[in-house]
Design a protein around this ligand. Structure first.
Ligand SMILES: NC(=O)c1ccc[n+]([C@@H]2O[C@H](COP(=O)([O-])OP(=O)(O)OC[C@H]3O[C@@H](n4cnc5c(N)ncnc54)[C@H](O)[C@@H]3O)[C@@H](O)[C@H]2O)c1
Length: 436
């Protein structure tokens, strides 16, 4: 099969490379010339474990190519995926669909054969209908079908998630769409990955419902963590105690600084807007969004407390370890670290930060933070060391070296990666999340 992937970002590039690895003939298209140039030079425009090798081997096998020309890239394609960004629209929080619709217009103007057009971007209910209208209005004489196929991969584990998904959701309204999508995912049928065929609108809503549910789970345990702090309970044990119940499940029950990233913040907001438009409020999600938003700065205040309070922060030095919204990605979109750093610099603290992959993208987002080349350089002279993202490198810090380098042995662990007893035994003043 020939597949065209329009948009070669976190989702498009991973999906394109995985489809090529299944044996399909894939063209990844992006309007960003520098991205395509880098890919032609074998340089990955994003950090994702295993991606460089996967792209390299499929390029070498002649199954994966890159272009900036949509007209060229979609020629002969059986399936044309739209995997461009759908960020929050400035001002009102609706999903900004301008990139999706621009691609639909361009496909309509250049379609040279029958094809299925697949929305892989996360898009609100009804977007597929609009894409279909745009294609119809383009006057194309070729047969087409518009299908929804939301993506559930997690950054940092994207290749494994794509190749061994919990499920594949396909929202199609006709047999042509279902047939082509079955052929696209046939290699995964053989892996016995479950495929759920639904209507297009249902499929669009499944993606938002899934993300809103996961965001709710995280936010729920974060509030329970706050309660644990007040009553002297341990949130990690509470998580285990409830997560062992199969009806609840243990995933997404890790208390922390609040969810961030490229999906949950914008997708929960977009779901609220859809609910508002259809006069069907989703009050639980409204609460989740509010609670999570206020949590990020509250985490900054937690670090200030370790400094002795906001009024004592001026001129004090804080080391931030980890900036990305989670480990194993360079993605800084809506990372809680941004609000934490802002809270600290607002109070006059001097912040030095280290992140294994995120510093390049973090720099413009936190201009008052000094980025340094390794964790110990950040720790040197620090009044407080705060772990914001649970990269493996921070799980095995040389605690003696930390104590020697820091001005004071004060550690705020916003990810609960150390054990309070161990840290206190090692002579640290230690604060974590929800563990008494
Ligand atoms: N990042 C994730 O973990 C993830 C997971 C599931 C779903 N999604 C969804 O997938 C979609 C893409 O997300 P992403 O993180 O890959 O975004 P991204 O910003 O990393 O990539 C989007 C790419 O599309 C390109 N693009 C924009 N307009 C274009 C056009 N007209 N023609 C060609 N290329 C164009 C951009 O240059 C960019 O490279 C979003 O809707 C997102 O919500 C993301």
């Amino acid at each position: 099969m020939k597949i065209a992937m329009v948009g070669s970002g976190y989702v498009g590039l991973v999906s394109g490379a995985c489809f090529a690895d299944f044996g399909h003939d894939v063209v990844c298209i992006d309007k960003d010339q520098s991205k395509i140039d880098r890919l032609h030079d074998g340089i990955m425009p994003i950090y994702e474990p295993g991606l460089a090798e996967l792209v390299g081997s499929n390029v070498a096998a002649g199954r994966l190519t890159f272009t900036t020309s949509l007209a060229e890239g979609i020629k002969g394609a059986d399936a044309i995926f739209i995997a461009v960004g759908t960020p929050s629209r400035r001002g009102d929080g609706h999903a900004d669909l301008s990139f999706v619709y621009a691609v639909a217009e361009e496909i309509g103007a250049n379609l040279a054969n029958d094809a299925v057009v697949v929305t892989k971007s996360t898009v609100p209910v009804g977007t597929g209908d609009e894409v279909e209208r745009i294609l119809k209005d383009s006057g194309t004489t070729h047969k087409f079908s518009v299908v929804s196929n939301p993506e559930f991969l997690r950054e940092g584990a994207a290749i494994g998630d794509f190749k061994r998904p919990d499920r594949i959701v396909i929202g199609a309204e006709d047999e042509f769409g279902r047939e082509v999508m079955s052929a696209v995912y046939r290699p995964l049928f053989l892996n016995e990955s479950p495929i759920l065929f639904t209507g297009r609108r249902t499929s669009e809503l499944i993606k938002y419902a899934a993300n809103a549910f996961l965001a709710t789970k995280i936010t729920f345990i974060n509030e329970i963590a706050d309660l644990c702090e007040k009553v002297g309970a341990n949130v990690q044990d509470v998580s285990r105690g409830i997560g062992m119940d199969n009806r609840i499940g243990s995933k997404f029950l890790h208390a922390g600084p609040g969810y961030g990233g490229s999906c949950f913040p914008k997708d929960t907001l977009a779901l609220l807007k859809t609910a508002e438009d259809y006069d069907s409020p989703t009050r639980i999600v409204e609460a989740v969004v509010k609670v999570n938003e206020s949590r990020k700065r509250a985490m900054g205040r937690k670090v200030l407390d370790a400094l002795g309070g906001a009024d004592k922060a001026r001129g004090k030095k804080v080391a931030l370890l980890g900036l990305t919204f989670k480990p194993n990605t360079d993605d800084m979109r809506d990372s809680p670290a941004i609000a934490v750093a802002q809270t600290l610099t607002d109070a006059g603290a001097e912040v030095a930060a280290y992140d294994p992959e995120g510093m390049e993208l973090a720099r413009p987002l936190m201009p008052d933070v000094a980025m340094v080349d390794d964790p110990y350089a950040a720790i040197e002279g620090a009044d407080v060391v705060a772990i914001v993202t649970e990269w493996d490198v921070f799980r095995a810090l040389d605690l003696k070296r930390v104590k020697d380098l820091a001005k004071a042995p004060v550690l705020v662990d916003l990810r609960n990666i150390y054990r309070p007893d161990d840290m206190r035994a090692a002579g640290f003043e230690y604060t974590s999340i929800g563990r008494g």
